[in-house]
Ligand binder design. Structure first.
Ligand SMILES: Cc1cc2nc3c(=O)[nH]c(=O)nc-3n(C[C@H](O)[C@H](O)[C@H](O)COP(=O)(O)OP(=O)(O)OC[C@H]3O[C@@H](n4cnc5c(N)ncnc54)[C@H](O)[C@@H]3O)c2cc1C
Ligand code: FES
Length: 281
């Protein structure tokens, strides 16, 4: 970075296509207008990082990067909640917006080389985990068993379905989906995410295993209980924290929890660290 570069300046990006994911949630495929910026970003970002998204005239918000660096394309999956995210939902191909980043510590996947990976997500908690699941499978030889457990309240709440359908056919990964409440077309498992751990074809062990868990607080609490029953320690459980952010780069203090800045020390923390920070998820 040059001394004169403004770290808060969003770089212009153009929206290429928009995919309806689930109710109120869309995936926005985009690229930087400046090709060198596109290359720089693709070379630098890691699973679990986020970016600050500027919707001009409406505001800026942090969004996870669901693509894996191995995919070579950029997209955000965004739930419509307030002014900036709603304005983004109104945008179509060709719209210009701003992006700065990548920010945050990410999942540091290389530090889990040789270990079994378990991914547990509920609803839109899959957004930050998608990146490391795809990364793990693109670097399959680096890891032991890879298991994905994903649940939603109902079938139309499950995101990224084409990916799970592809994984269900693959020998490289075990992919288990569930819904709390089935509809007429659902023939899969019914029950909360943790109930998948007890399925006969699931052999989940804590030995040499790390579990990545993201989802709503109620799911998180029950999944933690189930994982601990299976012998997982607090440092074998990894999650992400969400905090109001402004700068995204450790300057403004908006995202502080205790001694940690979620934007630079996180958003990825072990459950042990989350407890030490006094955070109640
Ligand atoms: C590291 C990180 C990654 C994130 N990744 C994603 C993602 O991939 N996809 C996604 O859809 N969302 C993500 N979020 C949440 C997203 O940033 C907020 O939904 C967004 O800031 C809302 O902006 P807005 O202008 O639309 O809402 P506003 O108009 O600012 O607020 C609307 C409502 O949402 C509440 N709100 C706003 N921001 C937050 C927040 N950060 N935490 C809790 N409540 C909030 C406000 O209190 C208000 O009630 C992430 C947040 C963080 C910190
Ligand atoms: S958002 Fe400013 S310090 Fe983290």
């Amino acid at each position: 970075m040059s001394v004169t570069e403004n770290i808060y300046e969003p770089k212009p990006a153009v929206l290429e296509r928009v995919v309806d994911e689930i109710d109120e949630v869309k995936t926005f495929y985009w690229r930087f207008i400046d090709e060198s910026e596109q290359r720089r970003f693709l070379e630098r970002f890691e699973p679990g990082q986020f970016a600050q998204v500027s919707i001009f005239g409406h505001g800026e918000f942090p969004a996870s990067l669901p693509p894996s660096p191995t995919e070579g394309e950029l997209f955000f999956t965004v739930r419509k909640v307030g002014s900036a995210t709603s304005a983004m939902h109104e945008m179509g191909p060709g719209a210009v917006f701003g992006v700065r980043g990548p920010y945050g510590n990410g999942f540091k996947m290389e530090s889990y080389a040789g270990m079994n990976l378990v991914f547990v997500a509920g609803g839109i908690g899959m957004i930050p985990l998608r990146s490391c699941i795809v990364y793990a499978l693109a670097n399959r030889e680096m890891f032991g068993d890879v298991k994905v457990f994903y649940g939603a309240r109902e079938p139309r709440g499950l995101m990224y379905m084409p990916l799970w359908r592809e994984y269900e056919e693959s020998k490289d990964v075990e992919c288990h989906l569930t819904v709390d409440k089935a509809d007429a077309e659902w023939s899969g498992h019914v029950g909360v995410v943790g109930s998948l751990f007890k399925k006969r074809d699931v052999n989940l062990t804590s030995k040499n295993t790390v579990a990545f868990v993201c989802g709503p607080p109620v799911m998180f609490r029950f999944v933690i209980r189930d994982l601990k029953t299976l012998g997982f320690s607090d440092s074998q459980i990894i999650s992400t924290l969400e905090r109001y952010m402004k700068c995204g780069v450790g300057k403004c203090g908006h995202c502080c929890i205790g001694v940690a800045y979620v934007c630079v020390d996180g958003p990825v923390f072990t459950y042990k660290q989350i407890k030490q920070l006094g955070e109640d998820i």
